[in-house]
Ligand binder design. Structure first.
Ligand code: ADP
Ligand code: MG
Ligand code: MG
Length: 255
């Protein structure tokens, strides 16, 4: 069984005002097939956690480790992380001028597997996933992220999840800017990936809305750069009723 283990992770960034610590000792373990929701107020460091797992150069790792089946992810290049089975959907995905969705996905798949997928089954897979995600076939011929609506970006992310079959994915605010119909379609895609490929998921979200469609196995309340509380799905219900106020107050008192 695959495991992604984040241990005592400490991360800072360089700002004009000097070095700013953001992650202050994050502990979190995800097993294959588990969905973990990371929830917390704005500015608590959720996206920093996502970028650090992805290997974004802006973030300085000051301590701790991220182990994927015992291998140190922090020592891997971004490419190596993807090859090892990590997938990170960026909160604001970049445009790739002149590269179509179909080419992008095929290139990514080829890079990951070390060989090009057989063309017939690949085309069939692509069509199936697009149809599952209620996407028009013409979408495959559009340039990546060029003029994509919020919903199209999210569907494209989920299409990558289903086609590239990573072991673990980090989705940052996948619910932001989606209407209820799009949210349902995207959530079904995530649930399929979990069921079909045993995907382990770290789902970062500020709001509880998406958790009605993607049932988390574990919920982590993230405040001031660390996990302030962990629980089961019932913790999300409590957050929906009570918000983050008492965690924020407790963190401020502890500081
Ligand atoms: P969240 O995703 O929980 O809203 P972030 O990880 O985006 O939190 O941000 C955590 C803290 O780090 C915030 O105070 C934010 O202002 C700061 N921060 C994050 N990235 C940068 C950056 N590139 N430059 C300056 N400050 C940043
Ligand atoms: Mg933010
Ligand atoms: Mg964020």
């Amino acid at each position: 069984m695959s495991t992604l283990e984040i241990r005592d992770l400490k991360v800072s960034i360089d700002t004009d005002q000097g070095v700013k610590p953001i992650l202050k000792g994050v502990d979190l373990t995800i097993n294959e097939g588990e969905i973990h929701a990371v929830m917390g107020p704005n500015g608590s460091g959720k996206s920093t956690l996502a970028y650090t797992i992805a290997g974004h150069p802006r973030y300085n790792v000051d301590g701790g480790s991220i182990l994927l089946d015992g291998r140190e992810v922090l020592e891997m290049s971004v490419d190596e992380r993807a090859k090892a089975g990590l997938f990170l959907a960026m909160q604001y995905p970049v445009e790739i001028p002149g590269v179509t969705v179909a080419n992008f996905l095929r290139t990514a798949k080829t890079a990951l597997d070390g060989e090009a997928p057989a063309i017939r089954s690949w085309v069939k897979d692509l069509r199936t996933h697009m149809s599952d995600l209620k996407m028009d076939p013409s979408f495959a011929e559009r340039n990546v992220n060029e003029g994509f609506s919020g919903g199209e970006k999210k569907r494209h992310e989920i299409m990558q999840l289903e086609l590239l079959k990573p072991k673990f994915a980090v989705l940052d605010e996948t619910d932001s800017g989606l209407d209820v119909d799009a949210l349902k379609i995207v959530s079904e895609g995530v649930n399929r990936a979990k069921a079909n490929t045993g995907l382990g998921l770290l789902m970062i979200t500020h709001y509880t809305r998406i958790l009605r469609y993607i049932k988390p196995d574990f919920v982590h309340v993230f405040v001031d750069g660390h996990v302030a509380e962990q629980g089961g799905p019932e913790l999300a219900d409590r957050l929906e009723d009570e918000g983050y106020d008492r965690y924020v107050t407790a963190a401020a008192e502890a500081a």
